[in-house]
Design a protein around this ligand. Structure first.
Ligand code: EPZ
Length: 417
């Protein structure tokens, strides 16, 4: 398994290009199932999870070709199977995003239940509840979600909690349903908005995307479209935390600062000097960060996907930060690894109290999930001495060539097999 070897203590300087958003690309790739016409995508990041999704779609018969670097063209005019097998779904929970499109277009789907992951058991009961409300006959059978429907019909659906992929699955299903669907308590994430834009370009009638009430008037069929994936706000936030932790002066290109409001606020509180333009963010840091507490919540609040990264920054800050993780029940797997580097963090249920220390010491640490791995890289970049981050396949799921991007900014970081 690959590892990252980091010699810490070097400031980051220069420019870095932010890739397309993983969590927008995943549902948008699955939206190709909704039409027999070609879907042409640009700015698709080259990530493990994207590869897994393309493999899953190709197994079903979707023709999917990667053009140059970031272009992907998909066409679902010869779909032969409506099944998502366990061996693929267990590696990526987001495979559940084929469920809504399959039932909507083909009237049937057999999708393996994703099972839990390191950060929580991650149920999909709201996806199932919504499709049942739209008339799908849906049951759990030997670890699979099995769904059938003649034609889905519009419904009013209030999810028990805000669910990002739940909103995405139901919005895609509703696009081809007969009649009007209203999604209440809908997710407002920029990735949900990006999916809505693609569906509208494909001929769907959607309003309210970006708010907690989305209204979809179903249509008979959807046609092809071309779309450029929105920039990845979590990758951008991760690099900003790295600059705040190491010091330096970095400009992020192809970024979307308007999707990062809560993150930019917190990093400014921590002492990062930030200026922004329409598609760039410049971050400068001198001196020690200030402790900055936060609570994770649904968009536009502080994103749970940035919790581990801002915690890593707080381990070095002046003062004490209180962090509360409100979205997932077990998203502190990075804490024991940060302890190995000398961090002073106390966990009490959903709350972590971080007492900043003068210096972290390089150590061998293990990645447990995608964003935990990112927080260990940030800590390693700032620590004194050498840090080895193991099991970085987790990192590769959500970050495109992170070590290359960091090397270009002056970091001493190598990937070793
Ligand atoms: C999406 O996951 C993201 N993944 C996650 O990013 C992100 O952390 C999460 O949203 C929250 O923002 C993708 O978009 C592919 P949820 P998702 O449904 O949709 C509970 C990353 O690092 N829930 O919004 O699976 C659930 O257990 C990943 O890129 C139910 O109980 O998250 C959680 O506590 C990690 N039943 C809360 O709701 C359901 O049917 C929010 O989950 C659905 C969700």
């Amino acid at each position: 398994m690959d590892k990252l070897l980091i010699q810490g203590g070097r400031p980051l300087r220069g420019e870095v290009a932010i890739s397309g958003a993983k969590n927008a690309a995943l549902p948008i790739l699955c939206a190709s199932l909704l039409t027999a016409d070609p879907l042409e995508l640009d700015n698709v990041p080259a990530l493990r999870d994207i590869g897994t999704t393309l493999t899953l779609l190709q197994r079903m018969g979707v023709r999917a070709e990667r053009g140059d670097e970031t272009r992907v063209t998909l066409q679902a005019d010869q779909v032969s199977s409506q099944e998502a097998p366990y061996e693929l779904v267990k590696t990526m929970r987001a495979s559940i995003l084929v469920l809504g499109p399959l039932v909507a277009r083909f009237g049937r789907a057999r999708v393996s239940l994703p099972g839990g992951c390191a950060i929580g058991q991650r149920p999909v009961d709201q996806h199932i509840k919504g499709l049942a409300a739209m008339g799908a006959r849906i049951r759990i059978d030997h670890g699979f979600v099995v769904a059938e429907a003649d034609r889905l019909r519009g419904a009013s659906i209030l999810t028990d909690m805000v669910t990002v992929t739940g909103t995405e699955n139901l919005m895609m299903a509703a696009a081809l349903a007969d009649g009007r669907t209203v999604l209440e308590n809908a997710a407002c994430e920029p990735e949900v908005v990006d999916l809505a834009k693609v569906l509208i370009a494909m001929g769907a009638h959607i309003e309210g995307h970006g708010t907690d009430r989305i209204v979809i008037e179903g249509v008979e069929r959807l046609h092809g479209a071309a779309h450029r994936i929105v920039p990845d706000r979590i990758e951008a936030g991760t690099f900003l935390c790295a600059v705040a932790a190491t010091g330096g002066d970095v400009t992020l290109r192809h970024a979307a600062p308007d999707t990062l409001g809560a993150v930019l606020d917190k990093l400014r509180d921590a002492g990062l000097e930030i200026t922004t333009g329409p598609d760039w963010i410049r971050a400068r840091m001198a001196g020690r960060p200030r402790a900055t507490g936060f609570r994770t919540s649904e968009y536009p609040g502080f994103p749970t996907d940035m919790q581990a990264q801002l915690m890593a920054l707080n381990t070095l800050a002046e003062g004490t930060a209180v962090i509360t993780e409100n979205i997932f029940e077990n998203r502190y797997m990075h804490v024991q690894e940060l302890h190995r580097m000398g961090a002073d963090i106390e966990i009490d249920g959903h709350t972590a109290v971080v007492q900043g220390v003068e210096q972290l010491l390089g150590a061998t640490v293990m990645a447990t999930d995608l964003r935990a791995s990112a927080s260990l890289v940030i800590a390693g970049l700032a620590a004194s001495g050498q840090t080895t981050v193991e099991r970085i396949y987790h990192l590769d799921r959500g970050y495109e060539r992170m070590e290359h991007k960091l090397q270009a900014l002056g970091a001493d970081i190598q990937r070793i097999q």
